[in-house]
Design a protein around this ligand. Structure first.
Ligand code: OGA
Ligand code: NI
Length: 365
């Protein structure tokens, strides 16, 4: 999740690291610097998994009219997806494919620019927006094989217009149009997710979130001569309520942790990958899961992913909803203000689900 540090937040040294892999590859195509080489235990291994092991695919066109039998069938599929996988892909989501393709195109054009051009939008130390690498805090920390551009989108006060690329010229306009569509999709999904839980009103999340925070991170993974030694993106869960990921269909890179195995997400044409973030896990008292995931690299092909994080307004207080707390499932998380969690998230390394310990109740009284 790439929430934005408010100006009132104390100065903390985060992000601000530019270690451009595309430049590195131009100079030394076969080189993998030490800082990217993972310890043995973290390296991606080829797992033998059945091809059928796949995150569920939810057809949103089946969830329009409640009077249809298929509505309830698909809603039940959605409930299982959120409970057992924390991840699913949506098809027939209603977003014009041109808007998705246009966004992909301008993002690619941006990453293809020479470094001097991309450096005009630097992620400065103490910030987490711009071109660079967030979540880097020490010289010893291993780096991800990925170049990133992170931008706050909504509400307007989190935007830093100086960091919105003017090259390619239609970048900002394209991102704005794209973000409106993704925002509507998130609100629609949150209504459906609320319904699938059966115990709460369908507007519960949208009403509670206020003016939701929306941020985007574009991840560009150049090819890597030794994909077996590096990670594209370290394992983490997302600090958002929902995350929407768009990816190209010709490479596989995203993997999710399921029953101890890293399961690849097979890209599906015109589908969007959705995952449950930490906010929904907390609100549902762990019924719906924010699942750990990571990205790996490929030897021959690069990969681009466009990731939108949709989260409550910073001032919203979160904690398990009473409908999900009972004797069988005692309250697992304390109450906290989302802005405080966001700050905690962006000032911590990406390290599995560790950030959520912020909210975990470890001892039952
Ligand atoms: C993220 C993320 C995965 C990917 O940006 O939070 O999980 O495949 N990205 O880029
Ligand atoms: Ni993620």
């Amino acid at each position: 999740m790439a929430p934005i540090l408010c100006s009132s937040m104390p100065e903390i040294k985060v992000g601000g690291h530019i270690d451009d892999i595309q430049e590195l590859r131009r100079a030394r195509p076969m080189m993998v610097p030490e800082r990217y080489i993972r310890d043995n235990s973290e390296r991606p291994r080829r797992a033998r998994l059945p091809d059928s092991l796949q995150i569920p695919i939810i057809d949103m066109s089946k969830m329009i009219r409640e009077s249809d039998v298929q509505f309830h069938h698909e809603l039940a599929k959605l409930a299982t997806a959120c409970e057992e996988w924390g991840f699913f892909q949506v098809i027939n989501h209603g977003i014009d494919t041109h808007k998705l393709e246009d966004m992909e195109e301008v993002a690619r054009e941006f990453f293809d620019l020479p470094l001097e051009e991309k450096e005009k939008y630097p992620m400065k130390p103490g910030t987490i927006q711009g071109y660079g690498h967030a979540f880097v805090f020490s010289e010893e920390q291993k780096l991800d094989w990925c170049n990133m551009l992170a931008l706050g989108v909504e509400p307007p006060f989190i935007r830093d217009p100086k960091l919105w690329p003017t090259n390619p010229s239609h970048f900002s306009e394209t991102l704005d149009k794209y973000s409106v569509e993704i925002r509507n999709l998130c609100q629609r999904l949150l209504r459906l997710i609320a319904r699938s839980l059966r115990r709460v009103n369908e507007n519960v999340f949208n009403e509670m979130f206020g003016t939701a925070v929306q941020a985007v991170r574009m991840n560009y993974y150049p090819p890597c001569p030794r994909p077996d030694l590096v990670l594209g993106l370290s394992p983490h869960s997302d600090g958002s309520a929902l995350t929407v990921l768009q990816q190209e269909t010709d490479t596989v890179g995203l993997q999710i942790l399921k029953d101890g195995a890293w399961v690849p997400v097979q890209p599906t044409r015109n589908a969007l990958v959705i995952n449950i973030g930490d906010t929904i896990e907390v609100l549902t008292n762990g019924k719906y899961k924010s699942v750990e995931h990571r990205a790996i690299t490929n030897k021959k092909k690069d990969r681009l992913s466009l990731v939108t994080f949709y989260a409550p307004s910073y001032d919203v207080e979160l904690g398990p909803l009473p409908e999900f707390v009972d004797e069988e499932r005692p309250c697992m998380y304390r109450k906290y203000i989302h802005g405080d969690y966001s700050r905690h998230y962006v000032t911590s390394r990406l390290e599995g689900k560790r950030t959520l310990e912020f909210a975990k109740i470890t001892e039952q009284l």
